[in-house]
Design a protein around this ligand. Structure first.
Ligand SMILES: Cc1ncc(COP(=O)(O)O)c(C=O)c1O
Ligand SMILES: [Zn+2]
Length: 392
């Protein structure tokens, strides 16, 4: 593993690999750093050794080349990274596997997390697997499917009035006061972010060492995007390729702190007090931790990528394209990335022959409230009625 410690991304102060959440000097984000020079047992940099890993079999998700949707959009090389096939139905199993492993290694018996629902289910499942107690704070509007899934794993689930940021603040305060390991999957827990890097390592293998031109990621605070980018930086260091993928961060029109900062050319990110979108997974207004958004924006800019926002109706349209063109059913927050591809094509941010990878982050069954299908399904009793229906 050869993780050397934690380093502040702002002032570069270093710390040992302890349960820390922010720089003690400047409150900056902490990042795991490694010894790149030492020979390693594997090519992958993670802050945990293999035998200590708590796993439910996350990762190694399929990368499908799209035919029908690619044609609809006018793209020649569109690849879909199926993160919704992870054990609890979202990409969050990658960061949570690493985070729970560290919780066990540090000797915690209880974990806490603020989540819009996918991290919730993931933390609950991995805590159950590791024999830990889980306290989960979710926003009041969390889809019932995600709440039930989290309860099924035996977690203590508490709904918090207002948006996601309120859950974030409460979980942080309670975690600090009661010394409970905080597994909130923003940039708060430096270990969880490392799990997201695995997407880059897998893509490198699945694309036979070629580097995509653009990678689309739906973003809340953006640790998935930043993690993938960090993974490619590590791969570049090891394999000496020149090019890096451009990172495209996709937000909802009703909650676009990072996208609007990008579009207005600002380096600072202003929080959104009341996010308003059907895409709960990306409805993080960053209230009180705007620095997370600035770091994600920095990764986007460094990669020469872009951020943009998409409407709720375009997400639902993209959700149906995926389902009917490809047989893939994802939740609106995940479909946002496809809506982002369509918008960026219109805005000439990409070319039709670019190699595009799209992260499909969460399963459709997790958020069924807004699926745009009419539920008027006919009911019959006799075969004549069936013939009659099929004649229409
Ligand atoms: C389905 C889905 N997509 C994307 C995201 C955003 O990911 P990140 O927290 O890395 O910004 C989330 C976060 O909860 C999510 O649930
Ligand atoms: Zn610092």
């Amino acid at each position: 593993m050869h993780a050397l410690g934690l380093k502040c991304i702002g002032c570069h102060t270093t710390y040992p690999l302890f349960p820390l959440y922010e720089c003690e000097k400047c409150r900056g984000i902490l990042d795991v750093y490694y010894d790149f020079e030492k020979p390693r047992e594997s090519d992958i940099f993670l802050p945990i050794t293999g035998e200590k890993r708590i796993s439910l079999g996350e990762g190694n998700t399929s990368l499908l080349q799209s035919r029908n949707l690619a044609k609809r959009l006018g793209l020649k090389n569109l690849f879909l990274k199926c993160e919704f096939t992870n054990p609890t139905g979202s990409f969050k199993d990658r960061p949570v596997s690493i985070g729970i492993s560290k919780a066990v290694e540090f000797g915690f018996t209880k974990v806490i997390a603020a989540s819009s629902g996918n991290g919730a289910a993931s933390v609950a499942a991995y805590a159950a697997h590791a024999g830990l107690e889980a306290i989960i704070l979710v926003p009041e509007k969390t889809p019932i499917e995600k709440i039930k899934q989290t309860l099924a794993y035996g977690a203590n689930v508490i709904r918090v009035k207002g948006p996601y940021s309120n859950c974030f603040t409460l979980a942080k305060q309670v975690g600090e006061k009661q010394n409970i390991f905080n597994l909130t999957t923003t940039f708060l827990n430096p270990y969880t972010v490392e799990g997201n890097k695995m997407v880059a390592y897998e893509l490198f293998e699945q694309l036979n060492s070629s580097i995509p031109d653009v990678i689309y990621v739906p973003i809340g605070a953006g640790p998935l995007l930043a993690g993938i980018y960090k993974g490619y930086l590590e791969l570049k260091h090891r394999h000496h390729f020149g090019k890096l993928p451009r990172m495209a961060g996709i937000q909802a029109e009703g909650n676009n702190p990072i996208a609007s900062a990008f579009l207005y050319g600002k380096s600072s990110v202003s929080p959104v007090a009341n996010p308003c979108t059907i895409a709960g997974g990306i409805a993080d207004g960053l209230m009180g931790y705007e620095k997370d958004g600035m770091y994600t924006l920095q990764c986007i800019n460094e990669s020469k990528g872009f951020a943009l926002d998409v409407s709720d109706s375009s997400m639902l349209e993209a959700q149906m394209w995926l389902a009917r063109d490809e047989g893939i059913f994802v939740e609106p927050s995940a479909a946002a990335s496809i809506a982002g591809v369509a918008k960026s094509l219109q805005e000439n941010r990409i070319r039709e022959d670019d190699y595009i990878v799209v992260l499909l982050t969460g399963h459709g069954l997790k958020d069924m409230g807004n699926v745009p299908v009419a539920c008027e399904v006919p009911m019959i009793e006799y075969i004549d009625q069936l013939f009659e229906l099929l004649r229409k």
